[in-house]
Design a protein around this ligand. Structure first.
Ligand SMILES: [Zn+2]
Length: 55
């Protein structure tokens, strides 16, 4: 179920709402919020939010 992180997308931390680009997330060993350390993000787009976990 893991979804690939796309550098061109923007993601939002599910806990604190900090926004980070996919390019920044893929640079990390694992996608982690720089603000709160949470590891679940959703894509920021005009569509229904999708949880992204366990990547
Ligand atoms: Zn966060």
């Amino acid at each position: 179920m893991a979804e690939e992180i796309l550098p061109s997308e923007t993601y939002e931390c599910l806990r604190c709402g900090t926004r980070v680009t996919g390019a920044e997330l893929t640079r990390l060993p694992s996608p982690t919020c720089a603000n709160c350390g949470y590891r679940a993000f959703r894509k920021v787009r005009g569509q229904a939010p999708k949880n992204i976990k366990g990547i």
